[in-house]
Design a protein around this ligand. Structure first.
Ligand SMILES: *Cc1c(COP(=O)(O)O)cnc(C)c1O
Length: 388
């Protein structure tokens, strides 16, 4: 904790800069250094037999790990945080911490596809039943909760289709039915949405995306409230999950600038989204911060900002023309992941959805990076020209 935090409440940007830092413990250096280490030495036999030591083993913790978990606890308003080697291992570890043979979990149909794959393979083999619910369900989720339902896994807005979910209503219904609520909060980050303050029990980050922010790290975090923390900590420790200290350092470095980066992703994302809405080739833009979006009211009520990732539905167009559009883009790279400084585009693969979608034409997912807005718009203009 820095001096300032002891005295006054501070704004969200200030918290991103100061959370988890303790220069006094690091000889005054601003950043907590990278501790590479497995073995930690005990001072004497008494300490060894009593296991009296702050850090007992590199897998369990280190000052580098504490710096990131401490920062995330503060930002998410959590009782405890664990770090995992990827965002996917964060969603799977969170699910494993609540699952047991014979139980049932509810997962949004708009979930990040690899999370769905984990439920349909590993959890299924363990005897865990998964049902997928409509992301717009809200309080009606009460009707889907069974005696053996242990958790509702949400993601808001959803992957690829960007539906907003009413997390407070879902949490109220889930808790009444004895189930915990897990939120994959990667899109908003705790800077723009704090799930635990809205009734959720765990908030998950693919830190790979905006936290790291530079397309150079894979890392995940799970932050839990007091009720969910013991099982989460036990599961994470039992599985031996650990992220490399250099990657943790890069995630911490990313966190310090995440506020200004997100502000630009938000501004540029909205500018490009509005421009796309004016294009004759575009059927619909799925972006919850647009007033026209079906999820706008929930976004406005619960979130304090928007990141730079959204969907664009084109009017039906032959496959060859869609390829011509994509191939003509120079600034939008074609590739997976997002949250870095660079703009990206991928087609949305909807084959795995169970519930019918309202999208008819090709759906693209755009990530708006930190390039100049005019350049991005002119790049997309070039794409549309090649498509014509
Ligand atoms: C990317 C992503 C993940 C997985 O993160 P990785 O670090 O790539 O494993 C999980 N959830 C969401 C919503 C994501 O976009």
């Amino acid at each position: 904790m820095t001096k300032s935090e002891k005295n006054k409440p501070r704004g969200p940007g200030t918290k991103l800069v100061s959370a988890g830092r303790g220069p006094a413990d690091q000889h005054g250096f601003v950043n907590t250094p990278v501790y590479h280490g497995s073995t930690v030495l005990y001072a004497n036999a008494d300490d060894l037999f009593a296991n009296r030591i702050k850090y007992s083993y590199g897998r369990r913790s280190s000052p580098t790990i504490d710096a990131l978990t401490g920062a995330m606890n503060e930002l998410e308003g959590a009782h405890g945080t664990v770090i995992t080697p990827s965002g996917l291992s964060a969603t799977t570890t969170a699910l494993l911490s609540v699952a047991r043979t014979g139980c049932h979990i509810l997962v949004t149909d708009s979930v990040y596809h690899p999370t769905r794959h984990f439920c349909d393979t590993v959890l299924k083999r363990m005897g865990v039943e998964t049902s997928y619910y409509d992301p717009l369900i809200g309080a009606d989720i009460r009707g889907l909760i069974q005696d053996n339902t242990v958790a509702v896994f949400t993601e808001s807005p959803g992957s690829l289709t960007f539906e907003m979910q009413d997390i407070p209503a879902i949490a109220k219904a889930a808790h009444a039915g004895g189930a915990l609520v897990l939120v994959d909060n990667t899109w908003a980050t705790p800077h723009f949405f704090k799930p635990l303050e809205h009734g959720a029990d765990m908030s998950i980050q693919a830190g790979t995306k905006y936290v790291s922010g530079h397309a150079d790290v894979l890392i995940g975090t799970i932050s839990a409230n007091e009720a969910a923390w013991p099982r989460l900590r036990e599961t994470h420790g039992a599985m031996g999950l650990v992220a490399g200290p250099d990657d943790i350092f890069l995630a911490l470095r990313g966190l310090r600038t995440m506020g200004v980066r997100l502000k630009q992703h938000e501004e540029s994302g909205l500018a490009v989204a509005r421009w796309l809405q004016s294009r004759p080739e575009v059927e619909r833009v799925a972006h919850p911060a647009l007033e026209s979006d079906a999820g706008h009211a929930i976004w406005k009520r619960d979130f304090s900002g928007a990141s730079g990732l959204f969907g664009v539905e084109l009017k039906p167009v032959p496959d060859a023309k869609l390829r011509a559009f994509l191939d003509a883009l120079e600034l939008f790279g074609m590739g997976y992941s997002w949250g870095g400084f660079e703009s990206l585009v991928v087609p949305a693969d909807m084959r795995y959805r169970l519930l019918p979608s309202s999208f008819k034409g090709p759906l693209l997912r755009l990530h708006i990076g930190l390039e100049d807005i005019d350049d991005l718009i002119s790049d997309l203009e070039g794409g549309f020209a090649a498509m014509a």
